[in-house]
Design a protein around this ligand. Sequence first.
Ligand code: AMP
Length: 189
Amino acid sequence: MLIVFIGPPGAGKGTQCRRLVDLLDIPHLSTGEMLRAVMEQDTALSRYVASYINAGKLAPDHLVMRIVSQKVKSPDCTNGALFDGFPRTMVQAQMLDDLLVELKRPLDVVLELQVPDEVLIDRLLKRAKIDGRADDNDATIRERLRVFHDQTKPLVQYYSKQGKLRSVDGTKSEEEVFDAIRKALPIQT
Ligand code: AMP
């Protein structure tokens, strides 16, 4: 099964995605994690990627797409994959559609986690204290939310028009959210 998971920063995407890939036994393709792995090296590319991520900006579409298409074509993904944090722009969504047409593998479902901004800011500031992620500070958090509303939120309508969108209330407990996600899947688990 091929799944896209959309949600603003702090919506609990990471936790729910980990549970979902365990349940479905498919690889978890988190572009945020892939880009952070690139940043750990000491190369011109890692500094280029860091300049976007540490400012709360999106990495360039062509770079993200190159990383994702390599992964999707790998044998690990023959049974499907869960895209976490990708696509994040309309350009990426269209590039993903083109890639999946080429591979003759349509998307099965797009899950959207809905959480109001006030709740997100509160959660992200708490996470900053625990994880010490460089992009979890007040200014960057606000910038990431602005970027989400400007660039990623339009995807909700895009996938809704394709009849693929399932929205889930992300303010509930972890268990309740996971239960709602399971019910939103096109197969019963
Ligand atoms: P995440 O772990 O999904 O919150 O992503 C952390 C950061 O990585 C984001 O704020 C962006 O700077 C970058 N990033 C992750 N996924 C993408 C993507 N699909 N396109 C562009 N930038 C991304």
